[in-house]
Design a protein around this ligand. Structure first.
Ligand code: SF4
Length: 65
């Protein structure tokens, strides 16, 4: 579970929804926090071209619940 190379859009939405580090550059750019209903790692400032240090940890913790 520690090597997730191609997370699905669904996984990125799950993770972003619970991630304590999620910060949307979309919301920042618009200065508007109403962009909440569908978050994804794709719009997170920490998402580094398909990778994030804590993505695997969060996805794993979700899977365990
Ligand atoms: S990209 Fe990283 S910090 Fe951002 S929501 Fe996803 S797991 Fe969290």
């Amino acid at each position: 579970m520690a090597d997730i190379k191609n997370p699905s859009n669904e996984q990125k939405r799950y993770v972003a929804a619970v991630c304590p580090e999620f910060e949307s550059y979309v919301a920042l750019a618009m200065r508007d926090s109403s962009v909440e209903n569908e978050v994804s790692c794709d719009e997170c400032i920490h998402w580094d071209d398909g990778r994030c240090d804590i993505f695997d940890d969060i996805l794993t913790s979700i899977d365990q619940t």
